[in-house]
Design a protein. Sequence first.
Length: 93
Amino acid sequence: MANVEKISVSMTPQQAELLRDAVSSGAYASSSEVIREAMRDWSAKWETRKGDIERLRRLWAEGKASGEPVSVDFETLRDEARRELSAARKNAG
């Protein structure tokens, strides 16, 4: 690997043992290979999480911009939703 940067990583003894086991089992050629795979997995997860965070921020802003809050009676709302669902099922069948 021509373009690499060395860094130090601290981990628990249990994590270090798992890393050593992965290498000694032959599943990985080196501890660096284990860490690189873990970083690839984390990177994909992080990209998804960043998208989720941005979506929540956008929805929050939309909610704030939608005007003053209105009280909702959840019992009434639930009853209305159940009636609509029941009607939709009758129309579909």
